[in-house]
Design a protein around this ligand. Structure first.
Ligand SMILES: *Cc1c(COP(=O)(O)O)cnc(C)c1O
Length: 361
């Protein structure tokens, strides 16, 4: 018998069961082709439809304007830490808002290529809040302003975008991709690794305004690291992460069937509220993030005792709630409750937490 657990992993993370079943059904023979999508030429007609449909569905879901390109790339979100400065740092200056580990890594990488300025940070309080970004000292000659919109490890989310004073906004949305509607036109570049909220590891999606795609990149930029090469070739310059893109496409269709991003937002808010309401009333468990900055996707919490934290993680796993251990750099617990985590999973987790609280009072 196959048993599915409630998987609270931060990534790679839970995917919709419907999508996995469909993929399983199509594993040996994709729609009469006699082969798996894994075995198919990325230049074939059949695959061309898969990647084109995926892009069209993503455009529809996010309302992506025509003057933005959608790129399906590889190398994970971390490769973008370099690809962004290599392509966008024309003046060799960029401003970074550092609200967690991923933003910090992006900032450190950018320092290799030019003058990266840390114009705001929340490191003073272990990244438990989002700083006020309404009037930051944005550099005159900054090529862009960079944020990590949802901080996977610390569980914070920008509820209002920073005032970039006219500079293009670049955002890592790996862990909040497609969790709620976005106004793409407010960004110069949006990107994310898909293994948090969309599909299998190995694909990174970049949505970039066309005027930012130029030949004028830093000297020495490898061909594979040029946005222009991928944009000019419809993400088929070389072999793309073909199977991963196929699964992403299925998730886009699943999201459309569920009513799109407005509906997902409503669902995600309801789902997160169940957990946050419990954390606010609990005598044992406490959320670690400033209330107004709480993420809908990643919910860190602690008991205040390392021993009890460990006991909780262990007993929860035995009860079928897995991957609740917090990131190694912060400890405690973290429940990642992405799009594909059903309401029921969070309801049952809270029930389990109530029991645990009673038994350990
Ligand atoms: C997971 C994560 C990354 C790193 O992704 P990789 O694909 O492993 O490189 C970067 N940014 C954020 C916000 C993440 O959650």
């Amino acid at each position: 018998m196959q048993v599915r657990v409630y998987n609270f992993s931060a990534g790679p993370a839970v995917l919709p069961e419907e999508v996995l079943k469909e993929a399983a059904d199509e594993m040996l023979d994709y729609q009469g082709s006699g082969m798996s999508v894994m075995e198919m030429s990325h230049r074939s007609k059949t695959y061309d439809k898969i990647i084109k449909d995926a892009e069209a569905d993503l455009r529809e879901l996010m309302g992506i304007p025509d003057n933005y390109k959608v790129l399906f790339l590889q190398g994970g979100a971390s490769s973008q830490f370099a690809m962004i400065p290599m392509n966008l740092m024309k003046n060799r200056v960029a401003d970074y808002i550092v609200t967690g580990q991923w933003a910090k890594k992006a900032y450190q990488e950018a320092c290799i290529y030019g003058k990266a300025n840390k114009i705001a940070s929340s490191e003073d309080k272990t990244f438990s809040y989002i700083p006020d970004c309404s009037d930051l000292p944005v550099s005159e000659d900054a090529d862009y302003v960079y944020i990590c919109e949802n901080n996977t490890i610390y569980g914070t989310k920008f509820k209002t975008l920073p005032n970039t004073k006219g500079k293009p906004l670049v955002a890592d949305v790996s862990s909040c991709f497609l969790s709620e509607p976005v106004d793409v036109s407010r960004y110069g570049l949006i990107y994310g690794g898909v293994q948090k909220n969309i599909g299998p590891a190995g694909v990174v999606i970049v949505i970039i305004r066309e005027d930012l795609i130029t030949e004028d990149v830093l000297e020495g930029t490898p061909t594979m690291f040029k946005y222009k090469i991928h944009a000019d070739n419809g993400s088929l310059y070389n072999t793309p992460p073909a199977y991963g893109i196929y699964i992403c496409g299925k998730v886009f269709k699943w999201l459309k069937k569920r009513g799109g991003l407005e509906a997902m937002k409503e669902y995600n808010e309801k789902k997160a509220k169940i957990l946050y309401d419990f954390l606010d009333e609990s005598s044992l468990f406490k959320g670690t993030v400033r209330k107004e900055d709480r993420s809908l996707m990643n919910v860190p919490f602690v008991t205040g005792s390392e021993e009890l934290d460990a006991k909780f993680v262990k007993e929860a796993a035995e009860a079928g709630f897995v991957n609740l251990k917090g990131h190694r750099t912060v400890g405690g617990m973290r429940a990642s409750i992405y799009n594909a985590m059903p309401m029921e999973g969070v309801e049952k987790l809270v029930q389990f937490m109530r029991e645990f609280e009673k038994n350990n009072a």
